[in-house]
Design a protein around this ligand. Sequence first.
Ligand code: HRO
Length: 308
Amino acid sequence: VKMDAQIANVKFDGLFINASGVHCQLNNDLDELQANTFVAGTVTKSATLASRPGNPRPRYVDLAHGSINSMGLPNQGFDYYLNYALTRPSKPVILSVAGLSVAENLKMLTQIQESSFDGLTELNLSCPNVIGKPQLAYDFQATEEILTAVFSFFKKPLGVKLPPYFDLVHFDQMAAILNKFPLSHVNSINSIGNGLWVDPVTESVVIKPKNGFGGVGGAYILPTALANVRAFRMRLNPAIKLIGTGGVTTGADVFAHLLCGADIIAVGTQLQVEGPLVFERLTNELAAIMDEKNYQDIAELRGKLKTL
Ligand SMILES: O=C(O)c1[nH]c(=O)[nH]c(=O)c1Cl
């Protein structure tokens, strides 16, 4: 079964990447994914200029049908990941940046522009867990302003990582903004921000930061992820590709994301729970579904979701 995709000048020989934040903080984590036959590319942990320890622990917990996290952007610092991208990969590396200010984002993007990096860059506009900082992409004016500033000098392929939206008018408004820019891709969705999990035994929250509020991932968020992928596919210029992230735990979930229009599939919580073997399982489960339906190539079904 033919499973590949292209975003800008970057060819992915397969469908699967990790979701940023999972299995991608250190070189060894990234190398392990790069070496995995069923992984088509890797995304680095979103970087800030300086390295960060992140929020106090416990800051990640697996739940019955997903996860909750308030990591707080722990990362090795931007240079570490740029260096990895420049020296190590056999497969595409997507460089994720999440500066704590517009200026910090512009600084990192300038360094990428001036470097020999020729892969994809992803501007994370949706981290929900930096205390005191909003998820930038919920502010439409600020989003348009930062993208205008970025594209005034950044000439390499650039995508954005978006939070989930929950209102059709918001899809219209955000897509109208994004369509103004020569984006390589949109990665939708990030975790559903500021969920809360309660342990009835301890009568307590389960993560320490932010009084227990954190981004929700995993099966809980699949319907929201599918809606966002579909909504943006229906609204964005076809030249803007889609990375479908959120809620993928089975081959059927992958198939659903593809029907909604995803070009590439990112796996987060299920990768955290199951480890890199998840990619072989998802590949096999998807291939079985495609065989059963007599599809030879993903291109035959991508974006072809039917309505009633
Ligand atoms: O707390 C985090 O590090 C984090 N956690 C998320 O669920 N999404 C993000 O984009 C980030 Cl940056």
